[in-house]
Design a protein around this ligand. Sequence first.
Ligand code: XMP
Length: 518
Amino acid sequence: PVLVVDFGAQYAQLIARRVREASVYSEIVPHTITADEIRAKDPIGIVLSGGPSSVYEPGAPSLDPGILELGVPTLGICYGFQVMAQQLGGEVAHTGHREYGSTAATVRVDDGNALLGGQPEHQTVWMSHGDSVAVAPEGFDVLASTATTPVAAFANDEQGFYGVQWHPEVKHSPYGQDVIENFLHKAAGIPADWNPDNVIAEQVERIRAQVGSARVISALSGGVDSAVSTALVHEAVGDQLTAVFVDHGLLRKGEREQVQQDYVAATGVRLVTIDAADTFLAALAGVTDPEEKRKIIGREFIRAFEQAERDLVAEAAASGEKVQFLVQGTLYPDVVESGGGTGTANIKSHHNVGGLPEDLQFELVEPLRTLFKDEVRAIGRELGLPEAIVGRQPFPGPGLGIRIVGEVTRDRLELLREADAIARAELTAAGLDGEIWQCPVVLLADVRSVGVQGDGRTYGHPIVLRPVSSEDAMTADWTRLPYDVLAKISNRITNEVREVNRVVLDVTSKPPGTIEWE
Ligand code: XMP
């Protein structure tokens, strides 16, 4: 792999993704890793990430100096660039000038250097730093500078060391991906040969080795991660796998059919559907508090799943077999963020509603543990899964249950399902799916307002549209949808959905608003 050494900011994941976009497999490791540990991973390249610290600060994150003696081609970015400069005998200083945001850099391209060769001589790059490299280490060529940063990039081709002060991994650096690809392919000579095909072949082999002839259970939710992890395991072990789909009655229009018909047709997976809507609705009766709803939905999900599990275990036992494994769609960011073997602090505590029991008697099969979401989608497409599932926007485990402000009832779910289907259909028809991270459609069930329809006065409920743009759901902005699309959605919802006489648009960013209303 290419190892991305994480100096503590959130850039490491982005770098790892960009490396993979260059068709090279990457893994994130903490900056506390030793040279021996790195050697054991047999890397073909190393990227040192940016970070929030100053190299002078006492206790600033450092790097085992042995790492730069391993003979592995290395690219330093921002803080990583400064650490590299300092360890190799250059000089890092407070220049007194800070650069944040877009900065024009002059890039020296005339020497045909592998890192920046062929790029425009003047370009805008994304900078975020207080310290600067004042003097490059001996034997290094300075490749770029800005008005206040004399050494903005350097290279030592002989040793395979490269560095840039700016952030090539962010989209605000228009030639950033070129810098990363130049480092990988030209400077380090790493071939672009990591792709969905290879990942599938490799995972199938691993799954077979792990599972042997035992039986496996998987929980399908209709979401991308469970759909792809289940399909991978099915590809590997066929009918040793049974997928369980709990219909909690809080799904959107068409989602059950997508799983039961389209997904099954595409994969041939053996599917057990559990109809639990009545149980969930009974448990939710009279409940309005959002957290309470989440707890109830989570608890009922586990109960329903455990029942299915017991049935499958009994069925297997009757034919002398054993259910030994459970599939989970854990993704790489979850692994990294929960500190999984990387030493990175826990950035985000995960919503785990709709999750699985904690006291599992099964071993886990987690074929997506090394993958990012966009890679999971690519693999799903390669496996021939329906686009409606693979391209699906995030949808919370508690489903429409947390998009009805007020008590959840069958009638209200019916209203919301219709309104949501209209909004989704119109957004898709307008070609806006790519711009939107997700668009919760919310029913304010406890609010009524006066309206007029035909000759009559109405007293109905508002529907809220909450279209947001985001990179990772941690922060978000409301999406500026075209007025004509909003008008069409509003017209259709107020005309076609009974008891809804008003459509309103949520124009709040996150923070301060969360994406969901509950
Ligand atoms: P918020 O509303 O916290 O949502 O801004 C951030 C992202 O998480 C999703 N979300 C959930 N997902 N169970 C889930 O599986 C939950 O309880 C839950 N609550 C929010 C939300 O849709 C958004 O993508």
